[in-house]
Write a protein that binds this ligand. Structure first.
Ligand code: PMP
Length: 361
């Protein structure tokens, strides 16, 4: 109704329309405060309430136990690559599973702060699967085991968490955050850049078990990069990303009203199935990932011919879709179908691809 396009961007990505409408309605005067949330002091009562509610709603949505802190930290995902290593490498050693572009970036960053053991990798098959991590050799003095739970570029997702043999599990959930139920106690730390499945860019949510918050870090650690700084100050040591907290809070509420994460998972399975069923039956298009490890959020696919891939992308733009080009590192196409992408969007895409295939036989 607004002339909006089906936007398959990997992030920033679509937000639920009712949330955008609410934000619009509150833009000039937030609930009688006489100002927009963008103009509001982060020390004001009215903003404190926004932040408190956002945290409370996220806790409800994910059933976060009391011994975990919820932190809203600026700098997006990339800052977390460094913060995790700076804050959690007590013995100076961590184990990483290499499953694609984003775990590789995390590994490269962690190597600056200590020893990194890559204990499993799917590099041998172009990161098209999740390696078996049920019985890995994990050194006793390893501080944590790190995974990227959904590889945004490669299109894989973990359906069974690694056996960490009692070590702390750290997960980058950026591109699957809140897309399905999550048992928080299985992890020591979960973090997610919010610009994919939740809100606007510029912030990460960090969920950290309290005993992992340390005050004995290298004294040169910048104060902003210590989890303790954020934990001790309710994520308001300095001026937080007020706008992102406000928008994410609205999405948390929206998801609760929709029926929570069980309902989102159900919808996401149904929605992704429409596209995967098409890819499995197509003679032209082929999914890039083994069926059991396919992401419900990011679906990379190819025709096998670069020029034809480019032709599909061009035609998709003309047909009113956006951002279907695969990441430059892997090529082909990619449809990101996060929580806010309606099923009709995926159905329309499949209709378009079916027609394209018929015309190119
Ligand atoms: N991790 C994953 C899984 C991502 O998809 C991204 C961004 N695409 C990042 C980390 C990096 O996040 P940011 O761009 O916010 O630094």
């Amino acid at each position: 109704k607004y002339g909006r396009t089906f936007n398959f961007s990997a992030g920033p990505a679509m937000m639920p329309e009712p949330v955008l409408e609410e934000i619009r309605d509150e833009m000039m005067n937030y609930r009688g405060s006489g100002m927009c949330v963008m103009e509001m002091s982060h020390r004001s009562k009215v903003f404190q309430q926004i932040a408190d509610e956002a945290e409370a709603d996220l806790r409800k949505l994910m059933h976060i136990p009391d011994n975990y802190k919820v932190l809203f930290i600026q700098g997006g995902g990339t800052v977390q690559f460094a913060m995790v290593a700076m804050n959690l490498m007590k013995n100076g050693k961590a184990c990483y599973v290499e499953t694609g572009a984003w775990s590789k970036k995390a590994i490269a960053e962690a190597k600056k702060f200590g020893e990194v053991d890559v204990i499993a990798s799917s590099k041998d098959k172009n990161f098209s699967y999740i390696p078996d991590c049920s019985d890995l050799d994990i050194p006793d003095d390893c501080d944590y085991v790190y995974i990227c739970e959904n590889e945004t570029i490669n299109g894989t997702t973990w359906n069974k968490l690694p056996n960490t043999k009692g070590h702390v599990l750290v997960s980058d959930q950026s591109s699957m955050f809140l897309s399905r139920p999550c048992n928080v106690s299985d992890y020591g730390l979960i973090w997610a850049g919010v610009q994919k499945n939740v809100g606007p860019a510029g912030m990460a949510v960090v969920i950290i078990r309290e005993d992992l918050i340390r005050d004995d870090l290298d004294p040169k650690t910048p104060i902003y990069l210590m989890y303790k700084t954020h934990a001790d100050n309710g994520s308001m040591y300095n001026t937080p990303n007020c706008w992102a907290i406000y928008c994410c809070g609205k999405v948390f509420k929206y998801l609760l009203n929709m029926g929570g994460l069980e309902e989102m998972e159900k919808r996401n399975i149904e929605k992704a199935k429409v596209l995967y069923d098409f890819l499995d039956s197509s003679k032209l298009f082929k999914g890039a990932v083994v069926p059991q490890d396919r992401s419900l959020m990011n679906v990379p696919f190819v025709t096998g011919d670069k020029d034809l891939d480019a032709a599909v992308v061009a035609a998709s733009k003309e047909a009113g879709f956006d951002n279907l080009k695969g990441h430059k590192s892997v090529g082909g196409l990619r449809a990101s179908i996060y929580n806010a992408m309606p099923k009709e969007g995926v159905e329309a895409l499949v209709e378009f691809l079916t027609k394209f295939e018929a015309e190119h036989q």
